[in-house]
Design a protein around this ligand. Structure first.
Ligand code: SF4
Length: 268
């Protein structure tokens, strides 16, 4: 019997409404080649399992419980999880979203899951940084209806400074992807004085003029929720004192992008 590729997953969430159209099942793959300084999901960084200390409560008793973060699944096992939600997908024009970490970093597993979902007529979406080689990207694009594609920093040196990688492959993949059949939505994180400078936002605006008929841009304002995760994981956090992203500033940026896509949202 052929041995199935396994993928490392750290979370599976049903009834998700912010990861593509309709009601979705979102599969969070573990492992990301980037290290964005503001990342809200530091538990997704490593390509391996890790111990995770979680506070739990029974009545008035609060205690620490150790759990292992990350579990290996075959593509068939994940598809079985996904198909339990098909009635909700059908009612809401929803489907499955692979997120992370980055699904492109486990390309064989992601391709298998997406291909099997397409065969079952399930709408497929991939949430990605866009970082990776085109060969893998192209294969995944043949079975993906929608990409949620991050554009963080247009300048390669700034991109490397704040994410650990330059953005060459990200921009090249985006320019190739626009010639394929998948729909693309652009996601821009708003981090004060890092991604929201006029120079960066203007440069991103210029890049997205190359995507004809862009339907949607999601602006993702920085929030502080992840801070506790870094503390619990004993990871350094570079934005200890950064407040939530100011709403008035985010709204102005939203207006500024209003002619760049059919729809511009705050928060995805
Ligand atoms: S690409 Fe996404 S998951 Fe990876 S480090 Fe950046 S924000 Fe986090």
């Amino acid at each position: 019997m052929e041995k199935q590729i396994k993928g490392l997953i750290y979370d599976i969430r049903g009834f998700s409404v912010n990861d593509g159209p309709g009601i979705r099942k979102t599969i969070f793959l573990k492992g990301c080649p980037l290290r964005c300084s503001w990342c809200h999901n530091p538990e997704s960084f490593e390509f391996s399992t890790r111990k995770w200390l979680r506070k739990e409560q029974t009545g008035s008793h609060i205690f620490n419980k150790m759990r292992i973060l990350g579990k290996y699944y075959t593509a068939d096992e994940i598809v079985e999880e996904i198909i339990t939600d098909v009635p909700f997908f059908e009612q809401s024009s929803g489907g499955v979203t692979l997120s992370g970490g980055d699904p492109l970093a486990q390309p064989d597993f992601s391709y298998e899951v997406l291909k099997n979902c397409k065969q079952l007529n399930i709408h497929t979406c991939v949430d990605t940084s866009g970082y990776g080689n085109w060969q893998d990207f192209h294969r995944i694009a043949t079975v993906t209806d929608l990409f949620l594609y991050d554009l963080k920093l247009a300048d390669p040196a700034q991109h490397k400074k704040y994410t650990g990688r330059d953005n060459r492959s990200i921009l090249e993949n985006l320019m190739k992807l626009r010639h394929m059949n998948s729909e693309i939505h652009i996601r821009i994180p708003l981090v004060e004085n890092i991604t929201d400078t006029p120079e960066n936002l203007d440069a991103i605006k210029r890049i997205i003029t190359f995507i004809p008929g862009l339907k949607r841009i999601d602006l993702l304002p920085y929030h502080t929720i992840a801070r506790r995760k870094y503390h619990r994981m004993n990871l350094p956090y570079k934005h200890e004192n950064m407040p939530e992203y100011p709403l008035d500033k985010a709204e102005k940026i939203m207006l500024n992008f209003s002619s760049s896509a059919e729809m511009v949202t705050l928060g995805g």
